[in-house]
Each structure stands twice: as structure tokens, then as C-alpha cells.
Design a protein around this ligand. Structure first.
Ligand code: ADP
Ligand code: MG
Length: 264
């Protein structure tokens, strides 16, 4: 069976008129069907670049990117990308925003509209269909963005710091909701986050990246007792603090030493 996402020896150099910047070097990773993986690492280490490569928005300078065994050639409806900013259109209603992806891909019909209404309900957004984004809180807007991403039924979700602009309580609630929604639908997910405890609480695996250029430093498989409960309770499980400490030390070392794998 193929990995859902596979990067093989991926290197990416951004070339600008002023410089050539090595953003990722020789990065290889395989993500299994239904797996939830988090990427953590210092700012600028290439996390967004990795997601953009998987999404087919950036073509890597070298290496192979495969989705279900097929080489990625540009964007595809099997991959949904959710960003930190919700990017809802202020002049469109919540319903029309949630239907954007379907509209753009020519899939908007009575049946898919009904599905959007159900997704909005599932996210606790019933009754907001005819409101505008400014009338919703930040957490609600992120939920609308998630509905919009899920509506086109992507198999893989790329989440680039989707919770980082939210207050702590909203963030914890949204973590639970997203994990439950994605597990229920058997989606494969890659989350980029600055928040280590979030990464451990929501993931099956946490990958710590090296700084400059981005490469894998170490991968942590999250133990069953933490994985099997909702993210909110995961933080209270035995072993959580020890694991947090271990990942923290690795991240600290990665920030201090830069790339090159000096501590690997
Ligand atoms: P992260 O998401 O981990 O903060 P990025 O993937 O955004 O990191 O960036 C990795 C490196 O590549 C950074 O040094 C950044 O300055 C550089 N970079 C990102 N996007 C571009 C771009 N479009 N052009 C040139 N350099 C870029
Ligand atoms: Mg980024």
C-alpha cells in the first residue's frame, strides 16, 4: 500500500533577484493513510514551504513528492489547505463563504449545499448561514474556514497554524473539534504549529525540524494513552509532561545549533 503523502529527498531553493535561499534540504517523510502528523520547528525553518510543496503550489528544486503513489503536478482537489488567517470574503455570507471551494471547482449543487449546511451544524454554526464574517468571533470564522475546506472532500488536510490567532480557550475547543472531525472522516492531516503541547495533544506523530535549511531532526511517535483521548484530556495523561520536555529539549537544540544535524 502507498503512503498517502511521501516526500523523497526533497530540496527547495528559493531564487530571488538578490539571493538563492536553501529552504529545505534532503527531506524525506512518509505519512500513512489517516495519520495526523505535526511539524514543529523554529520560525523560518521551512514548515510552510513543506506544506506548499505538498499542496502543489511550490515545485521543489529537487526530489519527489507523491500523493497515493502518484507524483504531484500542481494543485489537486484531494488536498485541502487551511491557513492561519481565515481568508473569508467580507462581502459574502457565511453560507456563500463556506460554499466557495465547491463553487470554484464546479461542484455546487443542492446536494453539496445540503452537506455544507450539515457541516456548519456539526461545527456549532447553525443559524449563521446568512450572517457576514465580521459578525462572527475568530474561532467561529476558523470553523467556517474548516467547513469550506472540508466541503470539497479533500483526503488530505494541510493546516498551517490554524489556531495561533485564537485565544487559549477557543483554541482548545477547536483542537478537539478538528481532531474529532478529521478522525471521524478518516482524513490524513499535517499540522504546522508553534505550540508543542498542541502538537503532542492532537497528533499521532510529531516531527521536529532543523533550522536552516529545514530537514528532519527527530520524529516522536505519540503513545497510545495520549493519542486515544481528546486533545483537551491528552494534556492530563501520564507521560505527557515527560514527552513535552523531551520534544522541547530537541526543539531548543534545533534552534540553538541550526541545521547540519549536529545533535542527531
Ligand atoms: P516557516 O513556515 O517554518 O516559518 P517558511 O517555509 O515560510 O518557514 O520559509 C523558509 C525559508 O524560506 C525562510 O528563510 C524564508 O525567508 C524563505 N522563504 C519563504 N518563502 C519565500 C519566497 N517566496 N521567496 C524567498 N524566500 C522565501
Ligand atoms: Mg510558516
Amino acid at each position: 500500500m502507498y503512503s498517502t503523502v511521501e516526500l523523497r529527498d526533497v530540496t527547495h531553493v528559493y531564487v530571488t533577484p538578490r539571493e538563492a535561499k536553501l529552504a529545505i534540504e534532503e527531506l524525506s517523510v512518509s505519512i500513512a493513510p489517516g495519520e495526523f502528523v505535526s511539524l514543529v520547528g523554529p520560525s523560518g525553518c521551512g514548515k510552510t514551504t513543506i506544506l506548499s510543496i505538498i499542496a502543489g503550489l511550490v515545485k521543489p528544486t529537487r526530489g519527489n513528492v507523491l500523493i497515493n503513489g502518484e507524483p504531484v503536478r500542481g494543485t489537486s482537489s484531494s488536498v485541502g489547505y487551511m491557513l492561519q488567517q481565515d481568508y473569508l470574503f467580507p462581502w459574502r455570507t457565511i453560507m456563500d463563504n463556506a460554499c466557495m471551494g465547491l463553487e470554484l471547482t464546479g461542484q455546487l449543487n443542492d446536494q453539496t449545499k445540503q452537506k455544507v449546511i450539515q457541516l456548519l451544524e456539526g461545527m456549532g454554526l447553525q443559524g449563521t448561514e446568512n450572517l457576514y464574517p465580521y459578525q462572527l468571533s475568530g474561532g467561529m470564522r476558523q470553523r467556517v474556514a474548516l467547513v469550506r475546506t472540508l466541503a470539497t472532500e479533500p483526503e488530505i488536510l494541510l493546516l498551517d497554524e490554524p489556531f495561533s490567532a485564537l485565544d487559549y480557550q477557543t483554541k482548545l475547543q477547536l483542537e478537539d473539534l478538528i481532531v474529532e472531525t478529521l478522525k471521524l472522516r478518516e482524513k490524513t492531516a499535517i499540522l504546522v504549529t508553534h505550540d508543542l503541547s498542541e502538537a503532542i495533544a492532537v497528533s499521532d506523530r510529531v516531527i521536529v525540524l532543523n533550522r536552516h535549511p529545514g530537514s528532519i531532526r527527530r520524529s516522536f511517535v505519540i503513545p497510545e494513552q495520549i493519542r486515544s483521548v481528546q486533545p483537551f484530556y491528552a494534556r492530563e495523561q501520564e507521560g505527557f509532561n515527560d514527552l513535552f520536555h523531551e520534544v522541547w529539549m530537541e526543539l531548543e537544540a534545533s534552534d540553538r545549533t541550526g541545521g547540519g544535524g549536529a545533535y542527531v
